[in-house]
Design a protein around this ligand. Structure first.
Ligand SMILES: NC(=O)c1ccc[n+]([C@@H]2O[C@H](COP(=O)([O-])OP(=O)(O)OC[C@H]3O[C@@H](n4cnc5c(N)ncnc54)[C@H](OP(=O)(O)O)[C@@H]3O)[C@@H](O)[C@H]2O)c1
Length: 313
């Protein structure tokens, strides 16, 4: 949102303060405000941190036309990249988030823009709230308020038994796969939910069939993190169902992406294909289709739903 605060405010959690503050408004939106006859600007500062994010009672269309704006965490590779490309074809404005690989992010950004989409790539670790805050502020400024969030970024450790898992590994998996999506949902809801002045929206959490299979002797920590994500999906869906926000999940099985290198076997899907019910692994595009459907108005009565895309597993 193209509104610049002259003063930051610090509010202790869980307080949400409504305070009047002096603001400076960019010249291109002054006329829009005038024409809408809005005289008083009331801001809600809903954070425990000293960061310059404000909600206001102005229509969110000010400065940017109201369009579908999607944030895809981990959008630079694999399932996230396929989702970005499909979203581009469907007319979304797109924020491709990534963690470390600038080249991969630039490559998918170019492809998305070549399809005619307005898009940005933003480096941010989803397990760090300050970085998420900066991510959403850039989206506000450069694309407009988010209407769709895909919590796709995830990680996994080397295949091993629980006895061999370090505290560092466990915390990393839980922070990235559970806390990260929760924090991203929090900052999306502050913009989407009607109780915060938003116009509604949709969230899709990318889970895994591992959530119901458990992945023994491989990565039960990863499976447990996805189980937690599913529970979060179900609970949050009910929490915000009356506020114009739908929350759903997809649970892919073995998908051909670079993800499996993290668990120690880049060729894992190809090796396991003969034993899979459909005789093949999935393609990222097949997951992207379900994600975009859940985000769309075609899924208008779906919330708290988990779609398995495991090829029969
Ligand atoms: N592939 C499968 O078989 C499979 C099956 C079930 C579920 N899933 C789930 O699907 C999701 C996507 O997996 P994928 O296979 O597409 O993975 P991938 O090809 O390895 O891509 C992972 C993406 O996530 C980003 N990322 C990783 N950690 C991040 C962090 N802390 N903050 C921000 N971005 C981060 C990566 O960015 P950088 O490249 O910059 O690090 C990359 O863009 C994951 O949640 C995974 O658990 C995958």
């Amino acid at each position: 949102m193209p509104v610049t605060c002259l003063r930051k405010a610090c509010v202790r959690p869980p307080e949400v303060a409504k305070i009047k503050i002096k603001i400076k408004i960019k010249s291109q939106i002054k006329s829009q405000i005038k024409s809408r006859g809005l005289a008083v600007l009331m801001f809600v500062i809903p954070t425990q941190r000293d960061f310059a994010y404000c909600r206001c009672s102005l229509p969110q269309t000010i400065g940017k036309p109201m369009e579908n704006v999607i944030v895809i965490t981990g959008g630079s590779r694999g399932i996230g990249a396929a989702t970005a490309l499909l979203a581009a074809r469907q007319g979304y404005r797109i924020c491709i988030n990534y963690h470390a690989d600038d080249q991969a992010a630039e490559a998918i950004l170019s492809q998305v823009r070549a399809l005619g989409a307005e898009a940005i790539a933003v480096r941010a670790d989803v397990s760090v709230e300050d970085e998420i805050i900066q991510l959403f502020l850039r989206v506000d400024d450069e694309l407009g308020p988010v209407t769709a969030l895909v919590n796709n970024a995830g990680t996994i450790g080397q295949q091993s038994r629980v006895e061999d898992m370090s505290e560092f590994r466990l915390l990393n998996v839980m922070k990235t796969n559970v806390v990260g999506p929760m924090l991203c949902a929090k900052h999306a809801l502050l913009r989407m939910a009607r109780r915060h002045g938003g116009q509604g929206g949709a969230i899709v959490n990318v889970s895994s069939v591992a959530a119901r299979l458990g992945s023994p002797n491989e990565y039960v920590d990863y499976a447990a993190s996805k189980g937690a994500l599913d529970t979060f999906t179900i609970g949050l869906a009910k929490e915000v169902a009356g506020e114009g926000v739908r929350v759903n999940g997809v649970r892919p099985g073995y998908i051909h992406t670079g993800f499996h290198a993290l668990s120690g076997d880049p060729d894992r899907v190809s090796k396991l294909e003969p034993g899979l019910p459909m005789g093949r692994g999935g393609r990222p595009e097949e997951v992207a289709e379900a994600i975009l459907w859940l985000l769309s108005d075609k899924a208008s009565y779906a919330t708290g739903s988990l779609i398995d895309l495991g090829g029969g597993r």
